[in-house]
Every structure is written in structure tokens, then in C-alpha cells.
Design a protein around this ligand. Structure first.
Ligand code: SAM
Length: 232
């Protein structure tokens, strides 16, 4: 998979792509990444990328020409272009799984009041929001979407098994986890996890997943019940 990110703050993305599982995916050739500085595509010698909004109002808007020129430079057959925006569809693990099927993902990060809408009309296939809150820019949102998506590529997370068992798969939250020591500040690890009895451990984990999902995420629990109903 190729992932390209258009931003006016390329340094924010560079360390992200150079760290941990994402870096490993790049080193293994599973992932190819490119950070594109929108400013490199500005026309004038001052490299201006923003301007005042038509109709007046606060803040600035990212100009369309530099973004269009940057896109024309990197678009390929089958590129899927995403704009991160609070106006987009809410991101979740189903969207991440869907995105993981594309071979070329292009992310446009907005800043200030956003990007000129004509870029969205002409180039963007999908608008994504990572939640009902406002970030300063699309970079943090792009990183969240990329990380969640790349985890679904075979060979990125150690065993594919560990992606399959994670929270939100099968509409359940994962149970809590523990490591050594068995007692910490007077708090003991649940006995069953020390028992070595795999069947009982599996049962404990499933029951804890179900009760935690019911208590913490009633919305998700409803989906789980529906999913179980469908399985019968
Ligand atoms: N004035 C805009 C609004 O109310 O919709 C918000 C602009 S925000 C300060 C600047 C940029 O951050 C946006 O263009 C977008 O790219 C990004 N952004 C902010 N919040 C986001 C969110 N929840 N999800 C995805 N991107 C977001």
C-alpha cells in the first residue's frame, strides 16, 4: 500500500512514519509513504498557501491551486483521496478495514478554517472525521486513520490473530490485561489468569469482554447482541 500525506507541516508526519510498527511496515516493503509539503507547490516566491475567506469571517483558508498542483503530481490510477474534516463521516474500525483494501491512499490535511471546497468537489473521494471535536489541523487525524488502517495489512501486526481479537472486532471491547508482578501495591491479578487453565481463561476473558462492553459502551453492546442473534 502507498500512503501519501499532503500537509503544510511535514515534520509532524516524518517522525510518525519513522517509528515503531509503521517504520517496520515500511522497512518490510508492506507500506510506502510520502509526505508532500503543500508549500512546495505554491506559485509565488513567498510560498503563500492561504488566503482570506470569501464572504468574510474569521481565519484563513488553504488556497486551491497549491493543493491541486500537489495532487496532480502524485495521483495514480486508482488513488483514493481522503480529506480529514470534522464535516466527514465518523471514522471507526469498519472504515479502517475498508481503507486497508486500497493500494494508494492520499490524505489531505486541512489547517486554519480548512481547504477551498472546490478541491473536495474535484478530487476527494471520501471525507473523514475522527470525532466530534476540533483539532488544529488534519495531521493528527491522518495519523490516527493511517495507523488504524495499516494494522489491517497482513504482516504489520505480529500475528494476524492479535488484530482479530482486538476491541471492536465482533462488537466487543477487549478485556483488561495484566503482566508481572502477580501482586502490585496490594492489588492481585485475577486468580484465573494464573491458573494455566486455558478453557477457564478464555471463558473469563469472554465474560469480562461482554460485561465491560455492556457497562461502558451500551451502543456497541446492542450491536453485539444483534450480531449474536444473526449467528444463531
Ligand atoms: N472551521 C472548521 C470547522 O469548524 O469545521 C475546523 C477547521 S480545523 C481548525 C482545521 C483542520 O483540522 C480541518 O480543516 C481539518 O483538516 C482538521 N480537523 C479538525 N478537526 C478534525 C476532526 N475532528 N477530524 C478530522 N479532521 C479534523
Amino acid at each position: 500500500m502507498k500512503v501519501k500525506v499532503l500537509t503544510i507541516f511535514p515534520d509532524l508526519l516524518k517522525s510518525f512514519f519513522n517509528t515503531s510498527l509503521i517504520k517496520k511496515a515500511v522497512d518490510r516493503g508492506i507500506l510506502e509513504v510520502k509526505v508532500v509539503d503543500i508549500r512546495d507547490y505554491a506559485y509565488d516566491r513567498h510560498k503563500v498557501v492561504d488566503d482570506r475567506p470569501y464572504g468574510g469571517g474569521e481565519g484563513m483558508v488553504l488556497k486551491p491551486e497549491p493543493i491541486a498542483r500537489a495532487l496532480e503530481d502524485i495521483l495514480e490510477n486508482g488513488s483514493h483521496v481522503i480529506y480529514l474534516t470534522p464535516r466527514g463521516k465518523k471514522f471507526d474500525s469498519t472504515v479502517a478495514k475498508d481503507l486497508s483494501k486500497y493500494e494508494d491512499l492520499i490524505f489531505i490535511c486541512g489547517r486554519y478554517e480548512g481547504i477551498d471546497e472546490r478541491i473536495v468537489e474535484k478530487y476527494v473521494h471520501r471525507e473523514i472525521s475522527i470525532g466530534d471535536f476540533i483539532l488544529n489541523g488534519g495531521e493528527v487525524a491522518a495519523m490516527a486513520v493511517i495507523e488504524a488502517t495499516v494494522r489491517f495489512l497482513p504482516g504489520v501486526v505480529g500475528k494476524e490473530e492479535s488484530v482479530r481479537n482486538e476491541s471492536f472486532e465482533n462488537f466487543l471491547l477487549e478485556p483488561p490485561v495484566y503482566t508481572r508482578p502477580a501482586e502490585f501495591m496490594g492489588m492481585k491479578v485475577p486468580e484465573v489468569l494464573l491458573s494455566g487453565n486455558h478453557k477457564e481463561i478464555e471463558n473469563w476473558r469472554l465474560n469480562r469482554s461482554i460485561s465491560d462492553t455492556r457497562d461502558r459502551r451500551p451502543d456497541l453492546y446492542k450491536k453485539y447482541l444483534k450480531f449474536k442473534e444473526g449467528e444463531r
